[in-house]
Design a binder for this molecule. Structure first.
Ligand SMILES: Cc1cc2nc3c(=O)[nH]c(=O)nc-3n(C[C@H](O)[C@H](O)[C@H](O)COP(=O)(O)OP(=O)(O)OC[C@H]3O[C@@H](n4cnc5c(N)ncnc54)[C@H](O)[C@@H]3O)c2cc1C
Length: 353
């Protein structure tokens, strides 16, 4: 099989997680792969995540069952194949009362999440009653925690291992190489390939249009920001934001807390800079549940990225994180997706090629 594909050349534009995983899957099938990356590998959207490997519990609210199931399947793939850089993470949702619609909704959602994971479930959910004398970082009025498991990753060490795997598979990794021209017939800046994969995350529609190729999908650019706070927590928390329409995560991160994220529409993928409004929103949301409030002076650092969400309705908070692959002769363009589901994207591309 290797011999059959070895002469077939694949050019991948974009060295984020999608381009890298697609390249690795294709190189394992025997294709000769070249990845063009305008900056450093894995330095854009792929370095700005919440570091979760997940199906996305909250997407169940929008009835995205298939997408969640695929994510749970891929979560298991990461945990199984990269145990050194990934782990199971307990995440708890605090409640003031067990007799509430909010509790019932989360309880049923978590049960469904576990059912969708099937044999790839990674731990059982649990209801924990908190007592007044328990040492807790939460305000006393929170008396119940509903916990479930998801995956988390050290994206830096995981990324390094993936880059090394790509090198071992003889993938040509061209960093600091921006592609300006590509064509449907397989030409990238004058070099001929059998297939081109456009894996440029939020830049996909812009690059297609710059090269006079119609984009079959419209993209919403949704900025998401995180804060790293100088507070130690022992396991993850998930809670409603101050506007109630979203959930925020507070996760253990190198002895501190990773707090995120936000959803703010921006005009361009390069507009990834945290705003004062986002900082206040994250801090105020966390302080709703904390006994000892955090302040701006405890922020160690922050980062922001832009999600390329495929436009599906007017309310981008409800948009799917699913991916779509557009085919124009020898050019395949990837829209959307998550870090977690990059292996699903890669499997689909291998099948298409
Ligand atoms: C705030 C936030 C939180 C998230 N949290 C999670 C999470 O917890 N778990 C999860 O699974 N997913 C999460 N995601 C989603 C995840 O980050 C993305 O789905 C994923 O990183 C997209 O990877 P990508 O390779 O498609 O895009 P990118 O990482 O953006 O890679 C595209 C690459 O293309 C390059 N490029 C662009 N133009 C050119 C050109 N002309 N020539 C050459 N190269 C070019 C860019 O430099 C970039 O490196 C989150 C996203 C955000 C924004």
């Amino acid at each position: 099989m290797d011999g059959i594909h070895l002469r077939r050349k694949i050019g991948i534009i974009g060295g984020g997680i999608t381009g890298l995983i697609v390249g690795i899957f294709l190189a394992k099938e025997g294709f000769k792969v070249t990845i063009y990356e305008k900056n450093k590998l894995l330095a854009q959207t792929s370095s700005k995540t919440t570091k979760l490997l997940h199906g996305g519990l909250r997407y169940l609210e929008n009835l995205h069952f298939n997408e969640v199931k695929n994510g749970l399947n891929d979560r298991f793939w990461w945990l199984e194949n990269f145990p050194k850089h990934t782990s199971k993470l307990k995440i708890s949702i605090p409640f003031k009362s067990i007799y509430s619609i909010a509790f019932l909704k989360s309880f049923l959602g978590i049960k469904l999440y576990e059912i969708l994971a099937g044999s790839k479930n990674i731990g059982s959910s649990n209801i924990l009653k908190l007592h007044k004398d328990d040492v807790s970082i939460l305000k006393n009025e929170y008396n119940t925690m509903l916990s479930f498991f998801d995956g988390s990753m050290d994206d830096i060490s995981l990324g390094s291992e993936l880059i090394q795997s790509a090198r071992d598979l003889n993938i040509d990794l061209l960093e600091n190489t921006e592609v300006t021209d590509f064509e449907r017939n397989g030409i990238i800046d004058g070099c001929k390939f059998d297939k081109i994969i456009l894996a440029v995350g939020p830049w996909s529609k812009i690059l297609l249009e710059q090269n006079n190729i119609e984009s079959q999908r419209d993209i919403d650019f949704i900025k998401g920001s995180h804060l790293i706070i100088d507070r130690k927590i022992t396991s993850g928390l998930m809670f409603s934001s101050i506007c109630k329409s979203r959930y925020i995560f507070a996760l253990p991160y190198n002895g501190a807390t990773l707090l995120g994220t936000t959803e703010e529409k921006v005009k361009h993928p390069d507009d990834a800079k945290i705003s004062r409004i986002e900082i206040d929103y994250l801090i105020d949301s966390f302080n709703q549940i904390l006994k000892k409030p955090i302040s701006v002076s405890e922020i160690i650092s922050s980062y922001s990225g832009v999600r390329p969400l495929i436009k599906s309705n007017d309310n981008y908070h409800k948009s799917s994180r699913d991916f779509y692959i557009q085919e124009n002769k020898s050019l395949l363009t990837i829209f959307g997706g998550k870090w977690t589901t990059s292996p699903s994207i890669a499997r689909k591309i291998v099948t298409m090629i």
